[in-house]
Ligand binder design. Structure first.
Ligand SMILES: [Zn+2]
Length: 109
């Protein structure tokens, strides 16, 4: 697995609008995520179709999504509250940065 620096996986600013989630990291890089894409990548057990399932298993048919809120989970992750009232997905900063940089990780479809 690729090694990312602490600065690269620590958010300075988290912001979202109707279609994108934007994270500015401590290393100065800004990553922009498409909300629909992120929703489809929800890493929770339900969306993966059970334990050991694959990300994207049950979320492929989602056409439209927005965010109600983004809650921080400790220092390591965010917990988005989606407009389909789904809020059990925990997105770690490591996996978000890896996704943004094309390094694979837990959110790979
Ligand atoms: Zn989910």
């Amino acid at each position: 697995m690729a090694q990312l620096s602490l600065k690269a996986t620590t958010p300075d600013l988290i912001d979202f609008d109707d279609t994108t989630l934007k994270i500015t990291w401590k290393d100065g890089v800004t990553s922009v995520f498409d909300l629909l894409d992120l929703r489809k990548r929800c890493p929770c057990v339900v969306c993966k179709g059970g334990h050991g399932g694959k990300v994207g298993t049950t979320t492929g048919g989602i056409q439209k999504i927005s965010l109600y809120a983004v809650n921080k989970v400790g220092r390591y992750a965010i917990n988005p509250v989606w407009s389909d009232n789904h809020q059990t997905g925990i997105y770690s900063f490591d996996s978000l940065r890896m996704l943004a940089d094309g390094l694979g990780g837990d959110l790979t479809l």
